[in-house]
Design a protein around this ligand. Structure first.
Ligand SMILES: NC(=O)c1ccc[n+]([C@@H]2O[C@H](COP(=O)([O-])OP(=O)(O)OC[C@H]3O[C@@H](n4cnc5c(N)ncnc54)[C@H](OP(=O)(O)O)[C@@H]3O)[C@@H](O)[C@H]2O)c1
Length: 266
C-alpha cells in the first residue's frame, strides 16, 4: 500500500481527531499515504482512531493527547512531536466548538476558552509549522471554519466571530503563500453530523430544523480535495454555497435578523 502515494514520506498533524470531521479528515490524508499525528483531549479515542487508520492505510499514526484550549498548549504539543522525531508537513486545524445562546448571561470562561481553541491554538500551531512548509515549498494548512464565518451570528456571537477570524486569517495566508507550493484552504462546512450540535446546544434552535446535516465523511472529502487543489475557500454543500454567496448582496440588517431568527430557541 505504501510507496507511490502522494503523501508518502510526509506527516499531517490533525487536531480534533478523536471524533467527528477530524477523524474523516485524518482518514483522507492517510488514504494518500501521509503519516499522521492525531491530537484531542480524549486519549483512548485518539489511540483507537490512530490504530485503525494505521492498519487500514499502511501509515504511521501517533496519538498525542492535548487540551489545545490551554494557552501555550500548541507549543507544548510541538515539543512532544519533535521529541518523537516527527516533522510536520501538513497541518489540519480542525478542533473547535460552539456555544449557542445570548451573550448576556453566558459563561465567560467557556466563551474565552472557545476563542483560545478556535483561534489562538490555530494561529499558534500555524505559526510554528509555517516556516518549514515555506522552506520545503510543499505541504500546507487546512483550517476548519464554518458557514458561520460569512456573517455575524446573534445568539451565537462569539462562535460566529471566531470562525470569521479563521476565514480572514486563512485567506490572507493563502495569498502570502501564493506561488510557493504551500497550500492553504479554509473549509467552511454548514450543519454536519457530529458531536458539535450536542456540545454547542444548537439542537434546540430553529436552524436545527431547516435541513439535513451533511455526513462528516463527505464534508472531509470535499475539504481535502479542495486543499489538494489549493482552493482558498471550500464551502460544503450546494445550499450552503448559495447562502454564503448571497450574504454580500443582502442588507446587513436583513442578515442579522435572519440569523437571529435561525439561532432562536424552538
Ligand atoms: N458539525 C458541524 O455542524 C460544524 C459546522 C461547521 C463547522 N464545524 C467545525 O468543525 C470542526 C470539527 O467539529 P465537529 O463537527 O467534528 O465536532 P465534534 O464531533 O464535537 O469534534 C470536535 C473535536 O475537537 C476536539 N476538541 C474539543 N475541545 C478541544 C480542546 N480543548 N483541545 C483539543 N481538542 C479539542 C474534540 O475532541 P476532545 O473532546 O477529545 O478534545 C473533537 O475531536 C470544529 O472546528 C467546528 O467548529 C462543525
Amino acid at each position: 500500500m505504501a510507496g507511490s502515494r502522494e503523501g508518502t514520506g510526509q506527516t499531517a498533524l490533525v487536531t480534533g481527531a478523536s471524533m467527528g470531521i477530524g477523524v474523516d479528515l485524518a482518514e483522507c490524508f492517510a488514504r494518500d499515504g501521509y503519516d499522521l499525528v492525531l491530537t484531542a483531549r480524549s486519549e483512548s479515542a485518539l489511540k483507537e482512531v490512530a490504530a485503525r487508520l494505521a492498519q487500514q492505510h499502511g501509515v504511521k499514526a501517533t496519538a498525542i493527547a492535548s487540551d489545545l484550549g490551554v494557552p501555550g498548549a500548541g507549543e507544548k504539543l510541538a515539543t512532544a512531536i519533535k521529541a518523537a522525531g516527527i516533522e510536520i508537513d501538513a497541518l489540519v486545524n480542525n478542533a473547535g466548538y460552539g456555544i449557542a445562546g445570548a451573550f448576556e448571561g453566558s459563561d465567560r470562561t467557556r466563551q474565552l476558552g472557545m476563542i483560545d481553541l478556535n483561534d489562538r491554538a490555530l494561529v499558534e500551531l500555524t505559526h510554528i509549522y509555517w516556516p518549514r512548509m515555506l522552506a520545503n515549498k510543499r505541504g500546507g494548512v487546512l483550517n476548519v471554519a464554518s458557514t458561520a464565518s460569512f456573517q455575524p451570528g446573534p445568539l451565537m456571537a462569539i462562535y460566529y466571530a471566531s470562525k470569521a477570524f479563521v476565514l480572514s486569517f486563512s485567506e490572507a495566508l493563502w495569498k502570502e503563500a501564493e506561488g510557493t507550493g504551500v497550500h492553504v484552504s479554509c473549509l467552511c462546512p454548514g450543519p454536519t453530523v457530529s458531536n458539535f450540535r450536542a456540545t454547542a446546544g444548537t439542537g434546540k434552535t430553529r436552524l436545527s430544523r431547516t435541513g439535513t446535516p451533511m455526513p462528516s465523511a463527505v464534508v472531509a472529502e470535499e475539504g481535502y480535495r479542495g486543499w489538494k487543489a489549493n482552493r482558498r475557500v471550500v464551502i460544503t454543500g450546494a445550499r450552503n454555497r448559495v447562502m454564503a454567496r448571497l450574504v454580500p448582496f443582502l442588507p446587513r440588517k436583513t442578515i442579522l435578523g435572519l440569523v437571529h431568527n435561525l439561532q432562536s430557541p424552538l
